[in-house]
Design a protein around this ligand. Sequence first.
Ligand code: ADP
Ligand code: 5GP
Length: 290
Amino acid sequence: MGAPPQLSPEARKAALLKAAQSRKRRAEIKGKIKSGEYSVDAVLELSRTDDAIAKMRVRELLEALSGVGKVRAQVLMEKLNISPTRRIVGLGRHQIKELRNEFMKPVHATRPGKLLVLSGPGGVGKSTVATRLRQTGDFWVSVSATTRAPRTNELHGVDYYFISNDEFDRRVKEDEFLEWAEFAGNRYGTPSNEVLDALNRGENVLLEIEIDGAKQVKAHLPQAILVFLEPPSWEELVARLEGRGTDGPERRAHRLELAQEELAAASFFDHVVVNDEVERVVGLLVSFAS
Ligand code: ADP
Ligand code: 5GP
């Protein structure tokens, strides 16, 4: 390839301005896709006459859709044989047809999201997997309320809503939890409204909760998909709990005692997944909700 053409200062300024306008236009369209105002169909249609949209990457279009994160977007593109850097303008006729079929209905009319419940013994890696899923955007991850004190690095509203015993009592009384349970001397509960709202928006929802809570969810919402995360071995579970370094020896021994009981509950679950590698588990969870 030869050297890029030398532009005069004016031409360079104009090119930069055009690029900035295109980026702005794409951001605007992505906002409309996110809010449900534009369907995939609408964007594909617009791309025929709007150069800025034609140059949008297919990956960006998919990731802007509610309920589609990085992992699902990648899976879909592989399925439709679309290369990761493909722009809308570069799609073949067959690929456009397949994409349209995949997202036939306008976003407003999408199905309610799927509810995935992730449980397993303490230390197996549930929060690691949940954090990763939150990052990829493939799931809306519920934030629980707890009476437990925050660990170093844990943030109110991000890891948990850290609330007092009295406040927890009030929320139980007002029926604000989809489920709640006591675990290792503390109480944990899933805020009902937030989860139901996300499902109604069409988002796939992930709850990372202990086993008793998972059973309660299944009783209320039988369509929930229950996933049990298992360690590759008992020794690995002990090593992970020690490696995390959040509990003293006594608390750790208590958690390991609980873990023995928890491991026996696997048969109640719809899927049992070994947490050998976080990215593999993430891919499986996305596929369970697809
Ligand atoms: P849980 O939420 O189930 O109690 P955590 O997510 O806190 O467990 O994980 C416990 C420890 O195990 C953490 O130090 C985490 O980094 C580590 N861990 C999680 N998943 C894996 C994995 N697949 N391989 C190796 N270490 C892991
Ligand atoms: P940790 O104290 O290690 O954050 O969590 C202890 C246990 O409580 C874990 O098994 C975690 O999955 C579970 N947990 C967290 N939030 C909830 C919740 O809202 N409900 C229930 N039932 N369990 C929860």
